[in-house]
Write a protein that binds this ligand. Structure first.
Ligand code: IMP
Length: 197
């Protein structure tokens, strides 16, 4: 089965391919000649996930899916949340986002409980034959005091998943996929796809 994945992020493509397995071939819009930006101007990750998927469906009318992920830190009232990708401002990279988050946590009122408590949440949207379906995955954890690990991307090097003693960036791809927010949502998608005729 061929599926368009509405992303320009090769790290995500790799993770998704591993989870969906050999029976599914993933295509990035870039491979189909799409050069623009996929819009994600919604107020929530649910809205953004749907917006990205609908945009690609409207362009190609082929089965496609999109994902959107937020890192939500309890003591920061859910920030960076829907702004996770641009937390440090437009044009800043993942390293700047991580640095801003670590800095923000040093300023939280020390009397607050669970200052470093956080969770990742992913919403995957699929459009198949014009019908939209959504799948969600969540992973609780804590924000580390400092960066550790070379693997992964985004906030991986400062996120310690619940029940683990190391960050996502210190795990193998398989270890991360087995427990991650995206892994959970993508396995729901994989299960749904396996039942399609
Ligand atoms: P988006 O879903 O691509 O918009 O991701 C939002 C932000 O969260 C970006 O800064 C990503 O780098 C980051 N992000 C998304 N998924 C993960 C993940 O699995 N680990 C760490 N950071 C992630």
């Amino acid at each position: 089965m061929e599926l368009i994945f509405a992303t320009g992020n090769p790290n995500k493509l790799k993770e998704a391919s591993e989870i969906l397995g050999k029976g599914v071939t993933l295509i990035m819009p870039k491979k189909l000649g799409f050069r623009g930006e996929i819009p994600e101007t919604g107020d929530t990750i649910d809205a953004n996930s749907k917006m990205k998927c609908r945009f690609i469906w409207n362009k190609f009318h082929k089965t496609c899916f999109a994902d959107d992920t937020a890192l939500e830190v309890t003591s920061l009232d859910g920030a960076p949340g829907v702004h996770s990708a641009r937390y440090a401002g437009e044009g800043h990279d993942d390293a700047a986002n991580r640095a801003k988050l670590l800095e923000a946590l040093t300023k939280v009122d020390k009397r607050k409980k669970n200052i470093r408590e956080a969770r990742f949440r992913t919403v995957v949207t699929l459009i198949h034959k014009g019908t939209m379906y959504t799948f969600e995955g969540k992973m609780k954890g804590t924000i580390a005091e400092k960066e550790s690990g070379e693997g992964g991307f985004g906030y991986d090097s400062i996120f310690i998943p619940e029940g683990c003693s190391c960050t996502f960036a210190e795990m193998s791809e398989n270890q991360k996929n087995a427990i991650s927010h995206r892994g959970i949502a993508m396995r729901k998608l994989a299960n749904f796809l396996s039942q399609l005729k």
